[in-house]
Design a protein around this ligand. Sequence first.
Ligand code: MG
Length: 334
Amino acid sequence: MQTRVLLDHGSGGMASQRLINDLFLRHFSNPILETLDDAASLELQGHVAMSTDTFTVDPLIFPGGDIGSLAVHGTVNDVAMVGGEPKYLSCGFVLEEGLELSLLERILGSMAQAVDRAGVSIVTGDTKVVPKGALDKMFINTTGLGPITVDKPPSGARAADGDAVLISGTVGDHGLTIMSSREGIQFDTEVRSDSAALNDMIGRLLRELPEVHVLRDPTRGGLATTLNEIAVQSGKQVQISEASVPVKPSVSEGCSFLGLDPLYLANEGKVLCILPQAHAEQALQIMRHDPAGREASWIGSVDSGRAGRVVLTTRIGGQRLLTMLEGEPLPRIC
Ligand code: MG
């Protein structure tokens, strides 16, 4: 019995058929995918959100998730950030010859579970196999589609004077988890990735609070970089207070040990929400009602100070500029 991925598995011939039938269809089966035509045939009307992302995370499996669930969450979340209701996903796999089929199967199982939980369907896919050494084990691309059902979709450009800046929970969990599992560093308390689908929470937020101006997931580059993007896009100044940004004690300890700043570490299950202050408390309540938003916090505000600037008030009361992340301290983080 074959236990590893062979070049033949990507040939389009018999071996590919077996791989598709035995593994992919078994995990991802749904009526649209099962037609096995050249493309999925979908019903979509009106305004549609679409997003794509390629996942190269190393290691493939880490505390709190794996490349399969991450590839679902990442794309589902990006579609949700512009007010889209994610419905359909495509997935493209690039596999290294010699990859263990049991590892592939484990990742597909996790991906299938993430798809079910997020309420989306994988409707089309592709698999390629490259010779050993041409890539490290496995990369996955996902594209997500879904109708935009809100009148005024959230956008970074809509941050306005007097808006409150909220974050749905602790920052830095994913980045520190990947960094420490790659380096084989153990901390006293386990750190876990926050990888999660946010479409449920965001759907509720937008239904109850159409006043939301901006939603964005602070992934690569972390909270600091994402706030800078929003400040530039809107031409506003953003001020946040360090003491109000939630950071797990284990993440904060790990970061000081490794000389990292949690404000610059990637998150994979958090959303920044910017909206008029009058609605901030209600937004916090909606987020805290969801398992992904238990530690939602009000961390700052938007004003018309210097356009494009992000200012941090430190714990001891000083102020410093938070700039965008420069360089890439953590390649293959997602
Ligand atoms: Mg995003």
